[in-house]
Design a protein around this ligand. Sequence first.
Ligand code: NDP
Ligand code: PYC
Length: 339
Amino acid sequence: MSADIEFIPVEDATKLATGILLGLGLSPGHAEAIARSVVTAQRDECYSHGLWRLLGFVPTTRKGKVSLNAVPEVDASAPGVVKVDARYGYSLLAFREGLPHLVEKANTLGITAMAINNCYHFSALWPEVEDIAAAGLVSLVMTPSHSWVAPAGGKKPVFGTNPLAFGWPRSGPNPFVFDFATSAAARGEIELHRRAGKTIPLGWGIDSEGNDTTDPTEALKGAMLTFGGHKGSALSAMIELMAGPLIADMTSAESMAFDDGAGVTPCHGELIIALDPKVFLGGAMAENMQRAEKMFDAITGQGARLPSQRRYEARARNKELGVPVQKSLLAELRETLAS
Ligand code: NDP
Ligand code: PYC
């Protein structure tokens, strides 16, 4: 265990996060939804979208672009579609408000898509697919960001870091979940390397001249690279399309233009697709879910791990220990709360 880490109870971390957000003028609904996301990420040791993100709220909220008390508007009138207008507030409250409608429709129809529009987005997607899996549903979630990532074979940013998350409910408490940026690493991860004075691996980014770099500052100024070359590039393009023009919202390049140099969290849409296995499988549900378990066993049975396993292990460990926070970050957060 690193001497640089302090463990604090979840309640204290939540109070700290909520206090900072309320102090910045966010409404209680937004503050609670955001605090839950960043505390959960920190507890699960997903630091790139954990408590550190709260520091970014200070400049973002002061720019006056984000609506701090936006009340999301839900339209569930179309079959198989839920639309949530976040009204230029943060995405997480919009997700929370739309979720019961998504679940209810998917339970009836077998499949439902939820489009969140006009939202400022900064968070990891796995808390959302976990919430959907807790309702017994399979899901796919995707969102663009800002155009920081060059397409495979190019050198100029077009795509966002465009995360894609998938959730599959299982009988125990932990669903099968993956959640990754379609860039080689999340931008937050590169920013954390810069904060820590560390180099980044080759393949994460190129400098402004298009040369490979291990310097996080140069990669942040130049372009990030997709994971898996042309495969990550194509997935990233799909996310731009499905969570952009398909739902009448901005691509990452349009979101960057909309930002107009303010440097705030990206504003765009999010697409969530939920499927109810009960509707697909009826009486054959147990048998088919068991077949899925066999596949998981074939993975873990040879010593490979499932995605999210590291995170679930961190969650179990930190249930006793508390939320691990780097001491320097904790000091910055307490200072932010006091200021
Ligand atoms: P990682 O590369 O750290 O992890 C991606 C996924 O792969 C996780 O589910 C992880 O599980 C799993 N995984 C990692 N290593 C292995 C392994 N050896 N075997 C099996 N599975 C493995 O994530 P990224 O840096 O790509 O993304 C981090 C976060 O950033 C995500 O939560 C994403 O939503 C968020 N993000 C958000 C954006 C936004 O616009 N809102 C933009 C980009 C990213 P585990 O966690 O257990 O290691
Ligand atoms: O880490 O790439 C990222 C990111 C972009 C928006 C929120 N997180």
